[in-house]
Design a binder for this molecule. Structure first.
Ligand code: SF4
Ligand code: SF4
Length: 372
């Protein structure tokens, strides 16, 4: 479907919902759409990212296929959401990556692993590299790949990704932000932040009117929301493990790998387990769910991102398990390759949806009247 066809379908479907009104209590979207009768392009981008795809409205809809109206709000808004990612990605040259996420993830991950193997062969110090035998002793990781190279390979792609993600989110905020002046309303702005943060953390819009998502079919379930929260926790724990390891390295002068019961390893292990549970669980739901309310482009984006997360977490845990064996060097290279691919692909993956949804929730809590 072209971008104009996607927008035309979104206007048609939301126009029917406006007249119907049956789903108004399910989530913020229907009330927000009702207040935006013009349904401009900015309105559609905002509304699409306000939908959390709980699919309650599809199961409840008397006008869903096979009815002649063929109302399918979750699929229509998923297509519109995907279009908003394409419209705001930076740089625009990389937009096609979002349309071919599985091939992109596989290609970039394999490329990153091969690059790292080549760098190890070229730069490993004497007695180190892939042939290293004392895998669990202090500094062993840096005898596979020098510390400066390892840090450079993390910082450069992460810096690029932070820039690309920031510019993309800024463009989206520029399009959808509330236009009404709110200067001087400090208290209101503070309350809006609190509401936004609470909505992000408890994923209120994934509760579908309080009964849960239609994860697989007409039955309600909290699993999709719980697994999203597990994923968020896993990313937070992994970030905390990185901070702890940085403190150990620079603050205490201790080199990795660290003891099993040290904070960096404990936080990293818990984070890795949480990420594995979340990516496997969400992947299982994606695989088993009824296809009707799903858009194929967003499903591919989900699957590619979950697969990459699984590779990062699984290779990290494998490295932890077998770090004292001769397999350590190869496992380290594979893990670093998946992390490098993860960092490079952040702006061109499902990861960006977190910011779009946060901005949509922020706009809605800040100024629920008009964005145009
Ligand atoms: S999804 Fe269907 S039932 Fe719900 S408001 Fe729209 S038209 Fe009405
Ligand atoms: S959040 Fe759920 S109920 Fe609301 S529009 Fe999206 S799928 Fe429908």
């Amino acid at each position: 479907m072209s971008a104009s066809d996607i927008r035309a379908e979104a206007r048609r479907v939301l126009g029917i919902c406006d007249a119907c009104g049956y789903c108004n209590g399910f989530c913020d979207l229907f009330e927000a759409a009702r207040r935006r009768s013009a349904l401009t392009d900015a309105d559609l981008a905002h509304l699409a990212n306000l939908c959390h795809a709980c699919r309650n409205c599809f199961q409840a809809c008397q006008y869903a296929p096979p009815h002649v109206f063929a109302v399918n709000v979750p699929r229509t808004l998923a297509r519109m959401r995907h279009q908003s990612y394409l419209d705001h990605v930076w740089p625009q040259t990389f937009a096609p990556l979002l349309n071919h996420p599985v091939a992109t993830v596989i290609g970039v991950t394999l490329g990153a692993i091969l690059l790292l193997f080549a760098l190890v062969l070229a730069f490993a110090p004497a007695g180190g590299g892939l042939a290293i035998e004392t895998g669990a002793t202090a500094g062993a990781f840096y005898r596979v790949l020098p510390w400066t190279l390892m840090v450079g390979l993390g910082v450069l792609p992460l810096g690029w990704s932070a820039l690309a993600i920031g510019l993309g989110w800024r463009r989206y905020w520029g399009l959808t932000r509330p236009r009404r002046a709110t200067t001087g309303e400090a208290r209101r702005r503070w309350c809006a932040w609190r509401t936004t943060l609470a909505d992000i953390l408890n994923l209120r819009n994934l509760r579908g009117g309080g009964v849960g998502c239609n994860d697989l079919d007409a039955r309600f379930s909290p699993w999709r929301r719980w697994l999203h929260q597990t994923l968020l926790g896993g990313l937070g724990l992994s970030f905390a493990a990185t901070l702890a390891a940085t403190f150990y390295h620079h603050g205490l002068g201790l080199q990795a790998p660290y003891p099993l019961l040290s904070p960096p390893v404990l936080l990293g292990t818990l984070g890795g387990i949480a990420l594995m549970i979340a990516s496997l669980g969400l992947g299982w739901l994606e695989w088993r769910t009824a296809p009707e309310p799903i858009a194929s482009e967003s499903r591919r984006l989900d699957q590619a991102f979950l697969g990459l997360l699984l590779a990062v977490a699984g290779s990290g845990l494998a490295l932890l398990l077998w770090r004292a064996t001769p397999a350590m060097a190869s496992l380290l290279v594979v893990h670093l390759g998946t992390v490098l691919a993860f960092f490079m692909l952040l702006p061109y993956s499902k990861f960006v949806h977190a910011g779009y949804r946060a901005i949509a929730l922020r706009c809605e809590s800040l100024d629920p009247v008009s964005i145009d």
